[in-house]
Design a protein around this ligand. Structure first.
Ligand code: UDP
Ligand code: MG
Length: 314
C-alpha cells in the first residue's frame, strides 16, 4: 500500500488544535481510502501550550506524530523538518489554520497518480486576508518571477504534494534560509497546479507579521536571483557617468564662466542622494553576504527536541 505523509507546521495555534484534528479526520483521513497515512505535526517552538494540546488531541491515534523543534525556527524551516521526518511515497505540506482545504489534497493525490511529481495549489481567491496582504503578495510574486530565471509560479504557496523523489532531493539541500516553494520548483520533474479557493483562517491570527514577511520575501529573491546585485552595478555605472558630466559642468562654471555657484543646496542634495544610493547598494550586498555567512557556519538547520508518536501516549 502506498504511504502518504502530511506535514503541518504549527506555531502558537492553541486555539486551532481542537478544530484541526477533527477536520483532518473527517475531511481527509476518512476520504483517503487505500493509502496508509502519516500525519506529522511540527510544533515550531510554540509558547502557548500547543505542544501539550497536540499530544492530548492525538492520543490513541497512531497515524499522528508530533515533532517538537527546540525553539521557533520559522515556517519554512518547520516544513523542512517535517519533510525530513516524512516516510511517505508522497509528502503533502499544508498549513494548520485550515486555509488550505483538506479536500484539495484528494485532488493532489489524483494528479500524483496520473504521474505528476509535484502538485501545487494555485490560489484562485483568498478569503479573509487584508487588502495589504493581498496587494503585497501579488506584487511580490510578480517581482519574483521577473527577477529569477527559475519558473516559480505566481499565487502559489507551500500547499502541495511532493513525490518521494523530490522530497529526497529537497532533504539533501539543507539550506539555512530555505525558500521551500522555490527550491521545489527549481528541482524540475513534472509539476502541475490545481486551482482552489483559499479559505479564511479557522481560528487565531496570522503568524506572519511584517518582519517575517520581509525576511521571507528577501529569502525568496536572494535564493534565486543575483539581479539586485546587477542593478547596483548598473545604477553605479549610470551615476558615475552623470557624476563625471557634473564635474565637467562645475569646472566650467568655476574656471570659464566664472559664475558663483550656490553651494549649500547643491552640495547637500548630491551628498544625501549619493549617501542614500551607496547605503542601499551596501544593504543589498549585505543581504547576500549574510546568507553566505549563515550557510558557512555549519550549524544544523533546526533542532528536534522531542518526537511523540501518538501510539506511545494512548
Ligand atoms: N508557522 C510556523 N512558524 C512560524 C510562523 C508560522 O510554523 O514561525 C505556521 C503557522 O502555525 C501556520 C503556517 O505556518 O500553520 C502558516 O502561517 P500563517 O497562517 O500565520 O500564515 P499566513 O497564512 O497568514 O500567511
Ligand atoms: Mg494562514
Amino acid at each position: 500500500m502506498q504511504r502518504i505523509s502530511i506535514v503541518i507546521p504549527i506555531f502558537n495555534e492553541a486555539g486551532l488544535i481542537k478544530l484541526l484534528i477533527p477536520a483532518l479526520e473527517e475531511r481527509l483521513v476518512a476520504c483517503l481510502d487505500g493509502y496508509e497515512l502519516e500525519i506529522l505535526l511540527v510544533d515550531d517552538g510554540s509558547s502557548d501550550g500547543s505542544f501539550d494540546l497536540l499530544v492530548e488531541a492525538t492520543a490513541g491515534m497512531p497515524h499522528y506524530c508530533i515533532i517538537r523543534l527546540s525553539r521557533n525556527f520559522g515556517h519554512q524551516i518547520a516544513i523542512t523538518a517535517g519533510m525530513a521526518e516524512a516516510t511517505g511515497d508522497a509528502v503533502v505540506v499544508m498549513d494548520a489554520d485550515l486555509q488550505d482545504p483538506p479536500e484539495v489534497v484528494l485532488e493532489f493525490v489524483k494528479k500524483w497518480q496520473e504521474g505528476y511529481h509535484v502538485v501545487y495549489g494555485v490560489r484562485e481567491s483568498r478569503e479573509g486576508e487584508s487588502a495589504f496582504k493581498l496587494l503585497t503578495a501579488k506584487l511580490f510574486y510578480r517581482a519574483l518571477r521577473s527577477l529569477t530565471n527559475v519558473d516559480i509560479p505566481a499565487d502559489v504557496g507551500d500547499f502541495r504534494l511532493i513525490d518521494r523523489k523530490i522530497c529526497d532531493v529537497y532533504n539533501e539541500m539543507r539550506e539555512k534560509d530555505p525558500y521551500v516553494r522555490g527550491l521545489i520548483s527549481w528541482a524540475g520533474f513534472n509539476q502541475v497546479g490545481v486551482r482552489y479557493a483559499r479559505d479564511a483562517r479557522a481560528a487565531g491570527t496570522t503568524k506572519y507579521p511584517i518582519r517575517k514577511m520581509v525576511k521571507f520575501a528577501i529569502d525568496g529573491i536572494t535564493s534565486f536571483s543575483t539581479i539586485p546585485l546587477r542593478l547596483c552595478t548598473v545604477a553605479g555605472s549610470v551615476l558615475s557617468v552623470f557624476s563625471f558630466l557634473g564635474i565637467l559642468y562645475f569646472l566650467y562654471l568655476k574656471l570659464i564662466a566664472r559664475d558663483i555657484i550656490d553651494g549649500l543646496a547643491a552640495t547637500a542634495i548630491i551628498v544625501l542622494f549619493m549617501g542614500g544610493i551607496q547605503l542601499l547598494g551596501l544593504g543589498i550586498i549585505g543581504e547576500y553576504l549574510a546568507r553566505i555567512f549563515h550557510e558557512s557556519k555549519g550549524r544544523p538547520v533546526y533542532i528536534v527536541q522531542d518526537r511523540v508518536q501518538a501510539r506511545e501516549t494512548a
